[in-house]
Design a protein around this ligand. Structure first.
Ligand code: AMO
Length: 440
């Protein structure tokens, strides 16, 4: 089939900019054909661009042979361009249509397609992810990723306005920061290296220079578990702040969450409507439960968690039932289930200054006050069977004036699961990497 060249054509309007007020104006629009309906004397083309739908109305008697020929060839999901005149018309969707004067077919689509990008025919998540780009054309997916875009925009604005400096730490590293088992090894010339699991020990060092830093970065964890909340590649939003404690950074997390929710509620009304959601900025202060209170709460529901152990997945599910639509913190964790860089309490070293920030059953963030003494740091490494020699590069920093500091890492995808109410993390990342998926 012959394909037209783009030539000098350039878009003048997105679909959402074409309204009845433009009646009589000439426009050039581009997009993908969602539907072609031939009703004899009249053909309707539904065009979709990234902003929405637009009706192209072809009055067959009034258009050229050339346009009729083009229309006879157009199929669903073809990419086309239309030059035409806007007509305000009460019966058209959104009260407006475009009467074409010229049409370009810029790309065809091969039928049958692996899934229906209008979303009318539901498909299984694996079929959807195999044809992800088509899947992403569904309004629900577009809505999720618009919300993701606005979330990241707001996160960046929030930190910059609050005096944090954006940093970029290395993603090829020599030592683990989050436990050795979950590292992806890479060949780094003559040396063994790994993909970073987090920016932890770099952001901590940077507090000695910039005091307040943030990073939005990609991290890699070779976790074998195939769950609905784990990816092998994810985005973490990290902060680290000098001369601050766990309570200070929990307040930052709380303010950040409020800012994200209110920004998304304001800027993504259409998207929230498509997803059937209404977001309200939480009015009350987020509750802070101690780990012991959570263990007790679970015990009352006949879910046994031995004090001092991590909270297992079924127990998190139960917490989700107990804390519906609630953002909350879990504080005062047992030191031995938290990483070596978390500061133990001076009065009760079996507890530490760590927190998790939760929404229902999902852990969105973890963080805390950090160890700021070399001696304690070395002891913590030994307690966790880690070799202090591997951390020489970091131990030096304690000799350069290490300030008391605290920070957190927020899983961007986890935050999005909470915002858009999805149970499977794969819904909120464009091209998920999990135990079994490396393509597309
Ligand atoms: P943690 O290991 O808890 O803490 O990770 C921080 C946050 O990142 C998200 N996350 C993940 N998201 C998707 N898939 C995964 N496999 C995955 N692993 C983690 C979670 C989690 O809460 N350095 C510390 C943070 C800090 O103390 O500053 C850290 O990495 O939302």
């Amino acid at each position: 089939m012959s394909i037209d060249s783009l030539g000098e054509w350039r878009r003048t309007h997105y679909s959402n900019m074409v309204g009845p007020a433009l009646d009589g104006e000439k426009v050039t629009v581009f997009g993908w054909v969602e539907d072609v309906r031939d009703l004899g004397g009249i053909t309707f083309i539904t065009l979709r661009d990234r902003e929405g739908l637009l009706q192209i109305t072809v009055l067959r008697k009034k258009v050229s042979e050339k346009i009729l020929e083009k229309i006879s060839r157009i199929g669903r999901q073809f990419a086309i361009g239309v030059k035409g005149t806007v007509r305000s018309h009460r019966e058209a969707p959104k009260g407006v249509e475009v009467i074409p004067e010229d049409i370009k077919i810029l790309a065809t689509a091969a039928h049958p397609l692996p899934l229906d990008p209008t979303g009318r025919v539901p498909a299984d998540i694996d079929v959807r992810l195999d044809a992800r780009v088509l899947d992403l054309r569904r309004p629900e997916c577009r809505a999720i990723f618009k919300i993701r875009h606005e979330t990241v925009t707001e996160i960046r604005r929030f930190f910059i306005e609050n005096g944090f400096i954006e940093v970029h730490t290395p993603k090829i590293i020599a030592a683990a920061a989050e436990g050795g088992a979950a590292l992806f090894p890479v060949d780094y010339f003559e040396q063994k290296a790994f993909l970073a699991q987090s920016p932890e020990l770099y952001k901590e060092q940077l507090t000695t220079v910039f005091e307040k830093v943030f990073e939005i970065g990609t991290y890699f964890r070779a976790e074998e578990s195939h769950t609905r909340r784990h990816l092998n590649e994810f985005i973490s939003v990290d902060i680290e702040e000098a001369f601050a404690t766990v309570d200070d950074v929990m307040n930052v997390q709380e303010e950040l969450t409020r800012s994200i929710v209110s920004h998304v509620a304001k800027t993504c009304q259409n998207e929230l409507e498509i997803l059937g959601l209404s977001l309200k900025t939480p009015s009350q202060r987020f509750k802070r439960y101690t780990y012991s209170e959570i263990v007790e709460e679970l015990r009352k529901r006949n879910v046994e968690v031995e004090w001092g152990e991590d909270i297992p997945t079924p127990a998190y599910r139960e917490l989700g039932e107990l804390h519906k639509q609630e953002y909350y913190f879990i504080v005062d964790w047992p030191s031995r289930v938290r990483p070596f860089y978390i500061k133990p309490r001076e009065d009760k070293p079996e507890l530490c200054y760590a927190f998790d920030f939760m929404y229902e059953w999902i852990e969105i963030t973890s963080g805390g006050s950090r160890v700021d003494s070399k001696e304690v740091f070395v002891n913590r490494l030994k307690e966790q069977n880690l070799d202090p020699k591997s951390f020489d590069f970091y131990l030096k920093i304690f000799d350069y004036g290490m300030p008391p500091h605290a920070g957190f890492g927020m899983g961007l995808e986890r935050m999005l699961m909470a915002l858009v109410g999805k149970e499977n993390i794969r819904e909120v990342i464009l091209f998920p990497r999990d135990r079994f998926r490396l393509t597309p």
